[in-house]
Design a protein around this ligand. Structure first.
Ligand code: ACO
Length: 367
């Protein structure tokens, strides 16, 4: 049997035309478009690029946006399921349960054609933010806020979450957050979705596999962990000691390190700038400065002292942005999923279109 690469490190499992990553140079492209350029577009444009394969022209964008906006609701029985969720859980668990229930309400559930899967995928793209916002409103004893179809995907999410319109900058930043979170090649949750898809299961089941996998703290769950870390560190003065303790105890510093990037994650660079902008608008630099001092201490420990290539990843400064957007930590991974769903759908469609069941081998060892 061939060499075993623990964690499948650097194993090329399949071909894709959805994402390109150069982990040495810190380059990320969705379907050939650099992430720095894409972050200037709207989420629906980027979602169209991922799901339909190309950036939309004006008419295509209007149609795509209208279709998604019409799906910004969940039926009342799905709301009842959401209401019956345990409210001490993370929003991710409520999202998983509600998406599973929604599959029962979908008229295309029994079809597996490309058209049916795109329709189901678009319903999920539209309903993810609705579920997360409603979960929060119910959990906190507040009235449900109906969707506003005049708003962008991001602005409407913040509106439904908080019950008031976000500032222009907040709306712009949450839209960019969804774009930056939308796609990242064969990360664990996308791989889980593709693996499920390869059995020719339905697309809801495949997306639920992705949701379950994103939740883990070594993957998307790190975003929530970083928010908690910012609270724990609490001041710029504590950052050095906090990082040194983590290193001495051989514990992971959340929001740092990456399987593929051996340099600064290009998304982290953009998030850092967004965090700086929102901190300035709020007139409170504290979270940004704490994060920067953690980054500086981590650079000293990992890069200067140990010669390792451990830099902030996508979850680090996104968590700082969420602090300023007042997104509660228990919602953080689910907000990540609101962006990532378009990438998952794209990968499921790609897998269905050229499928072979994914079934690796294990080497038996006697114990
Ligand atoms: N803090 C401290 N040390 C680290 C970190 C970190 N965040 N990341 C990697 N290292 C060290 C490891 O201890 C290990 O050191 P060693 O060789 O001396 O034993 C070495 O770097 C390699 O680390 P692995 O964990 O083997 O790297 P792997 O590629 O398996 O893991 C991962 C990548 C999971 C992202 C890792 O860096 C990590 O756990 N980071 C913290 C959690 C996190 O932020 N996850 C989000 C990633 S982005 C995303 O999934 C959306």
């Amino acid at each position: 049997m061939d060499e075993i690469r623990k964690g499948l490190e650097n194993v090329i499992a399949l071909e894709t035309s959805i994402a390109f990553i150069d982990g040495e140079q810190g380059i990320l492209k969705y379907r050939g478009h650099d992430i720095n350029d894409l972050s200037k577009l709207s989420y629906y444009e980027v979602s169209h690029l991922l799901v339909k394969g190309s950036l939309p022209d004006g008419r295509e964008l209007e149609d795509y946006s209208n279709e998604l906006k019409q799906e910004r609701f969940i039926p009342s029985d799905a709301m009842a399921v959401l209401s019956s969720c345990n409210f001490n859980i993370e929003a991710m668990d409520a999202l998983r349960t509600t998406i599973s229930y929604l599959s029962h309400c979908d008229s295309d559930m029994n079809g597996n054609s490309s058209e049916e899967n795109i329709r189901k995928g678009m319903r999920m793209i539209a309903k993810f933010p609705v579920i997360v916002a409603m979960f929060y409103r119910i959990k906190t004893g507040q009235e449900i806020v109906e969707a506003d179809t005049s708003m962008s995907h991001g602005a409407n999410f913040l509106y439904m979450l908080r019950g008031e319109r976000p500032s222009d900058l907040e709306a712009e930043i949450i839209e960019k957050d969804f774009i930056l979170s939308a796609e990242h090649e064969l990360n664990p949750s996308t791989f889980a979705s593709r693996l499920a898809t390869s059995t020719l299961t339905d697309i809801y089941s495949a997306i639920i596999a992705g949701v379950c996998t994103l939740k883990g703290p070594l993957h998307g769950g790190a975003r929530m962990a970083v928010m908690e870390m910012l609270d724990e560190v609490g001041s710029v003065e504590n950052a050095g000691l906090y990082v040194a303790d983590k290193v001495n105890l051989h514990e992971k510093l959340m929001g740092f390190g990456h399987r593929v990037y051996k340099t600064y994650d290009p998304r982290a660079r953009i998030y850092k700038e967004l965090a700086r902008q929102i901190a300035a608008e709020k007139g409170d630099l504290s979270w940004f400065e704490i994060a920067e001092s953690i980054e500086k201490a981590a650079f000293k420990e990992f890069v200067e002292n140990k010669g390792k290539t451990i830099y902030p990843n996508v979850d680090f400064y996104s968590a700082v942005v969420y602090k300023y957007l007042e997104i509660p930590p228990k919602l953080a991974t689910a907000v990540f999923a609101i962006g990532r769903i378009s990438g998952w759908i794209a990968h499921c469609l790609e897998q269905y279109s050229d499928n072979r069941v994914i079934r690796p081998r294990a080497k038996f060892v006697e114990i």
